[in-house]
Ligand binder design. Sequence first.
Ligand code: PRP
Length: 175
Amino acid sequence: MKIKDLEFKKFITADRIEKKVAALAKHIDKDYKDKSPVFLPVLNGSFMFAADLLKEVTIPCRVSFVKISSYAGTASTGQLKSLIGHDESLFGTDIIIVEDIVDTGLTLQKVSDELKGLGAKSVEAVSLLRKQPAREKNIDIKYIGFELEQEFVVGYGLDYDGLGRNLKDIYSRVG
Ligand code: PRP
């Protein structure tokens, strides 16, 4: 399959993803049995994973999508990136950050730190994919779907230059 200039091959099928998502939801259901967590999917990439995961989760929960802005204020303030979209009601809540992929771990670290600063009771993360750098750095992710090495992947929410997010399967770059 070709997207723009790059060639991709099927890497993780929709069927495997579906099974993994169900298993992750079951695990979360068990761990949060007597709790009512707030799921915070980080846009854009996590939209499809979050939708499928939340259909399988059965505990009472809330969902609020968040985004990392490119700049907080103006670029000239030098304050790069901040979390937007959340509301004030996160104080004292059990939060589960939902990511499609964790690579360097910088995004997750940033989101997690901000949420702790807002007074969340607990902050954990679920990511469908984890790449090698996050593994090497021991980035704290409680629930992980699949481990990757250095593959460049698209599909199921993940994009190449904005394209490919709508694909049901996950594809990896060839060559
Ligand atoms: C991707 C992904 C994570 C982040 C992981 O988002 O959804 O949020 O990168 O990378 P890191 O661990 O190296 O920080 P991206 O910034 O590509 O935006 P998108 O979700 O809109 O595609």
